[in-house]
Design a protein around this ligand. Structure first.
Ligand code: ADE
Length: 264
C-alpha cells in the first residue's frame, strides 16, 4: 500500500511583482537585485530575484492599458505573485501638483472608458462602478517609504538632479489617478480631464488596467507615480531625462525602503 505523506503541503506565498512602464525604471530596480535571472513570457522579460531576501519578479509592462493588463495577468497566472507594485511617472493634473512630487494612488479610473449611453461615462461595463481602489495596507507601506525618501531627495537623487530639475520641497499626495491610452500633452485636454474628474490628481497610461486585473484575481495592488510633467503643452520637454535622473532613482529608493521594512 502506498504510504501517505503526513507533511502539510508547502504553500508558496508567492513573490512580489514589480511593474515599470519604462526601461530606465526597470534598470534601476535590476541594478539592486543581486541574483536576477530572466524568463520570457508573452514577448516580455520577467526578472526573478530577491530584494532584502524577499522574492521579486520585475517586469517592464510597456506602455498603455492592454500592455499593462497582459503583464499583470502573466505575473499572476505564470509567476503566482502575491501582490503587485507599479512604479513610474505621471502627468500632474490636480491643483498644486508639481514636477518632482509623488502620488500614491488610492483609486484608479479609466478616463477614456465611455460606453454611454449603455453605461454611465467612465463606468467599467458590468462592474457597476467606475473606480477601483488600491490595497489600503500596501498603499500605506508605499506611502511610508515615499515619505522617507522625499524627506531628503538629494540622498536618493544626488544634489545635481535636485538643482537641475528645481525640486524644492517635493510633496507626497494620495488620491485618484486616471489612466487612458493617450499621452496628455495639451493644457486644453488636462483642463477637460479636470472638469470630467474634479478630484483627479494625475494621469498616466497603465495603472487602471493593472487595478482591474488585480481586482478580478483578488491580488493586492498599489502604485506610486512621480510627477514628470503637468500634462500640458510642455509635457514632453525633458521627459526622458527626468525619468533617468529623478523618477527611476525615486522608484528604486522607495522600493529599497519598502523591501527593507517588509516582514512577510
Ligand atoms: N505619464 C507621464 N506623463 C504623462 C502624461 N502627460 N500623459 C499620460 N501619461 C503620462
Amino acid at each position: 500500500m502506498k504510504k501517505q505523506s503526513t507533511a502539510a503541503p508547502s504553500v508558496s506565498k508567492g513573490p512580489t511583482g514589480i511593474v515599470g512602464a519604462m526601461r530606465q525604471e526597470l534598470a534601476a530596480v535590476l541594478a539592486i537585485m543581486p541574483d536576477e535571472r530572466r524568463q520570457s513570457v508573452g514577448g516580455r522579460d520577467f526578472w526573478l530575484g530577491h530584494w532584502h531576501g524577499h522574492e521579486v519578479v520585475a517586469v517592464l509592462s510597456r506602455i498603455g492599458k492592454v500592455a499593462a493588463a497582459t503583464t499583470a495577468t502573466a505575473l499572476i497566472e505564470r509567476f503566482g505573485v502575491r501582490r503587485i507594485l507599479f512604479t513610474g511617472v505621471a502627468g500632474g493634473i490636480g491643483e498644486g501638483l508639481r514636477v518632482g512630487d509623488m502620488v500614491v494612488a488610492s483609486s484608479f479610473v479609466q478616463h477614456d472608458m465611455d460606453a454611454s449611453p449603455l453605461f454611465p461615462r467612465h463606468e467599467l461595463p458590468l462592474y457597476g462602478r467606475a473606480r477601483l481602489d488600491t490595497d489600503a495596507a500596501l498603499s500605506a507601506a508605499l506611502t511610508e517609504a515615499a515619505r522617507a525618501v522625499l524627506a531628503s531627495p538629494a540622498q536618493a537623487l544626488g544634489a545635481d538632479a535636485v538643482t537641475t530639475f528645481a525640486l524644492h520641497a517635493p510633496r507626497l499626495h494620495q488620491g485618484l489617478i486616471a489612466s487612458g491610452d493617450r499621452f496628455v500633452a495639451t493644457a486644453a485636454e488636462s483642463a477637460a480631464l479636470r472638469q470630467a474628474l474634479p478630484d483627479v490628481l494625475a494621469v498616466e497610461m497603465e495603472g487602471a488596467a493593472v487595478a482591474q486585473v488585480c481586482h478580478d484575481y483578488g491580488v493586492p495592488f498599489a502604485a506610486l507615480r512621480t510627477i514628470s510633467d503637468r500634462a500640458d503643452d510642455a509635457a514632453h520637454v525633458d521627459f526622458m531625462r527626468f525619468i533617468d535622473q529623478v523618477a527611476s532613482r525615486y522608484s528604486a529608493a522607495v522600493l529599497e525602503r519598502y523591501f527593507q521594512k517588509l516582514t512577510d
